[in-house]
Design a protein around this ligand. Structure first.
Ligand SMILES: [Zn+2]
Length: 286
């Protein structure tokens, strides 16, 4: 998955520092990030020196191993020759993987800083705290932390069949997906699983098995992946404003994983490769 960057280490501890000339800078503008794409799919980010950037305008983001990443406002720099503002979607396929992860994670922080410039309580300008990644209002004392939205990815399984769906309104041939949705206030993450499955396909599930979680900066969320066993009828009632199709499929009908970035695809791949969390309905010949 996109966050799996071993042997490299992602260190997100806040540091109140300014960049050196050779430090890496992410420059974001709406849904794009300034980078250089080579013919083989490799991406490069500019250094402060490449950008002739003003270090006092930079915000520290995180480090990967010894490489420090900073955010620079796009209006403060001119793109160096060979660099362009690339849509976030390039990070789904880009290499090296740790740069793709840095790009999406930095972009999530960019959005948070951009959308939290003023205090929601008194409308005063927010300032950065020196000790942690936090914004505070010097007028009324309100503090603001990065926003992370919990959401679920659910593989509904009926023995040798897995429920695959396609989103509505995503072009002529959207990729297969699993049931997904955001956690609502006052709800446990398990309740989110039951509610989303019922809302999207009208099915009941039981025996939830937590699989893995994934930070998914494309939607500012933390995904909780669950396998869930079909409970009772397999008659699907489609939520048509969300999904264009949903049906149970056998493993040989599950498409092969090509991108290897998303939790959804890892869970589908696991099932395709023989994982049967609730047993098999096939009678094995002796
Ligand atoms: Zn305030």
């Amino acid at each position: 998955m996109i966050q799996d960057i071993l042997p490299r280490h992602f260190d997100n501890q806040w540091r109140d520092i300014v960049p050196e000339p050779g430090d890496t800078c992410l420059v974001c503008h709406d849904n794009t990030v300034l980078c250089r794409r080579l013919d083989d799919g490799t991406i490069l980010f500019p250094s402060l020196e490449d950008l002739h950037g003003d270090p006092t305008l930079a915000t520290y983001l995180f480090s990967i191993d010894q490489e420090k990443f900073f955010l620079l406002p796009h209006l403060s720099v001119t793109a160096p020759v060979g660099y362009a503002y690339e849509d976030m979607r390039v990070f789904r396929q880009a290499s090296p993987r740790y740069y793709a992860f840095a790009g999406i994670t930095g972009h999530q922080l960019y959005q948070w800083y951009r959308e939290h410039r003023f205090c929601g309580r008194c409308s005063g300008a927010l300032v950065k705290d020196h000790k942690e990644r936090m914004l505070k209002c010097p007028h009324c004392g309100t503090v603001v932390y990065p926003v992370i939205c919990p959401a679920v990815i659910v593989a509904v399984v009926d023995k040798d069949r897995i429920l695959l769906s396609k989103y509505a309104g995503r072009g002529p041939n959207p990729r297969y997906a699993l049931i997904a949705g955001f956690n609502e206030i006052g709800e446990t993450i398990e309740e989110t699983v039951h509610r989303e499955v019922m809302e999207e396909v009208g099915l009941k599930v039981k025996n939830l098995q937590f699989y893995k979680s994934q930070p998914w900066s494309f939607s500012g969320s933390l995904l909780f992946g669950f396998f869930a066993e079909l409970d009772g009828s397999d008659e699907i009632t489609l939520q048509e404003d969300e999904l264009s199709e949903a049906a149970f499929h056998t493993a040989d009908e599950v498409p092969e994983n090509t991108e290897q970035v998303a939790l959804t695809w890892e869970m589908m791949e696991k099932f395709r490769n023989g994982y049967r969390p609730y047993g098999s309905s096939k009678i094995t010949a002796e």
